[in-house]
Design a protein around this ligand. Sequence first.
Ligand SMILES: C[S@@+](CC[C@H](N)C(=O)[O-])C[C@H]1O[C@@H](n2cnc3c(N)ncnc32)[C@H](O)[C@@H]1O
Length: 216
Amino acid sequence: MSLIEITGNDLIMAASGFWDRMANRYEKSPVSDEVAYQKKLEVTQTYFKPDMRVLEFGCGTGSTAIVHAPYVEHIIAIDFSDKMLAIARSKAKAANIENVDFINSEIEQFEAPEQGFDVILGHSILHLLKNKQVAIERTYNMLKPGGVFVSSTACMGGSFLKYILPIGHGLGLLPLVRFFSVDELVQNINGAGFEIVRQWQPEGSSAVFIVAKKPV
Ligand SMILES: C[S@@+](CC[C@H](N)C(=O)[O-])C[C@H]1O[C@@H](n2cnc3c(N)ncnc32)[C@H](O)[C@@H]1O
């Protein structure tokens, strides 16, 4: 294929292809900080009620959605990698979880009713998007008034990795990663209209955990 024939769709396929290739390895790799992960799950669950409808974007192999499923009415978990979703579906089936729908969709294209969700989750995903602001604004629109956006995002602005990771991406070994600071992410979230109600960065981690509320 020549360069001029490459369309936006081809770029999406290339990106999801990376995650398709990674899916088995991703599922087997341990959580980098289990204590912090458990705390994030616990904090998230304080915002749940049994009648709530939840969206998770970039759900990967579904671990987080499966843990949260018993605490809410329904979860839509989207990801653009079929292989990640296949693993997620088989894990949910093995765990007898029936209130999670795993759907193939890009967050940028996902069609959902405005103000349809009580809680939206986006973990380890905003730094992988071409334009995180678009996803944050879509999240805002999809939340009910008073709804909550819970995210955990690698903020690596200023890291030397910004010189190294693009090489790995060029070689097809890594996804495209965006580099930005915590301040920039906070500005994006506030700029969309949210009020940040909780912000926590575990020691030694680049990942910032943020709970942001859409005003009533
Ligand atoms: C680093 S993994 C995180 C998975 C999971 N949220 C977790 O915390 O383990 C990123 C996931 O986002 C998905 N992804 C990346 N860009 C996406 C996009 N634009 N729309 C939907 N999913 C996307 C990838 O396929 C991958 O499964």
